[in-house]
Ligand binder design. Structure first.
Ligand code: OAD
Length: 245
């Protein structure tokens, strides 16, 4: 069944000066990466996030946290970008300017060819010193790797609950939210701030908000266009409409 792509959404993209795309774990779901909150397959179905994705959890049991992240690194290293990731990489060449902000830490946008991806929640494959916060490549694969400079614990380079977004990424995304004239929200439950606030900032600045998601979210009611479906199916269709006319 051909997907219904609203002509108005295509037109908004065609006329756009600056598109801001925000992706969430739904954009990687068709690659086989579990989302956070989908009960049946959610990453957290087996784990309690507060046991794993917080600084306190890390201090309490760094080996457990490292086991979880090494498992996620393993999982993600074995998957490929899906048609939605590739369509976003293609979209870059079809609009005047595109800023891609992702909440995902799986690196799949980069693998699909998107350029300068803003990793709002860090990267699964980055490692930092827990004490100094500096990037480190001292991860020797051991149960609790140590920083070669200060001897403190190393940690995965992702943003945990209760931690702030890295300054550069926050600024880039916030500036793009105000400047963009189209905001494309893809595969996110729009529940986690400040990422969820970007759409509001964009709408307040007059941007056209388009949501692509399999389920309704708090953003749906605020969106000018809601395309309910899988990003791996909707995005190629959307890009197709843009490319042909
Ligand atoms: P969620 O699991 O909260 O939301 C994923 C959304 O994608 C849901 O609304 C699903 O309905 C939708 N979805 C699932 N499969 C899809 C598909 N194939 N195509 C389109 N949509 C699909 O994940 P996020 O919104 O990314 O933060 O969660 C945001 C943040 O919460 C994560 O970055 C993480 C977590 O706390 C940190 O770890 C800091």
């Amino acid at each position: 069944m051909a997907l219904e792509i609203p002509a108005g959404a295509v037109e908004a993209l065609r006329q756009s000066r600056h598109v801001l795309v925000l992706t969430g774990s739904g954009a990687s779901a068709e690659s086989g990466v579990p989302t956070f909150r989908d009960a049946q397959s959610g990453l957290w179905a087996q784990y309690d996030p507060l046991e794993l994705a917080t600084p306190d959890a890390f201090v309490k049991d760094p080996a457990l946290v490292w086991r979880w992240y090494r498992w996620r690194r393993e999982l993600v290293s074995g998957v490929e970008p899906n048609a939605g990731h590739f369509a976003l990489a293609e979209l870059e060449g079809l609009v005047n300017r595109l800023t891609l902000v992702t909440q995902n830490v799986d690196g799949l946008h980069q693998k699909a060819g998107s350029s300068d991806v803003v990793e709002f929640h860090g990267s699964l494959f980055a490692t930092r010193c827990f004490v100094e916060g500096t990037a480190s490549d001292d991860d020797d694969g051991s149960a609790t790797p140590r920083c070669g400079i200060c001897g403190g614990h190393l940690r995965p380079g992702v943003v945990w609950f209760g931690e702030s977004i890295p300054e550069t990424e926050l600024q880039t995304a916030a500036t793009a939210a105000i400047d963009c004239d189209v905001f494309l929200s893809i595969g996110t439950s729009s529940l986690v701030w400040p990422a969820a606030g970007l759409a509001e900032a964009a709408a307040r600045s007059g941007a056209t908000v388009i949501e692509i998601n399999t389920d309704p979210t708090p953003l749906s009611a605020e969106s000018h266009f809601v395309i309910q479906g899988k990003s791996g199916e909707v995005l190629p269709e959307l890009v197709n409409c843009l490319a042909v006319q």
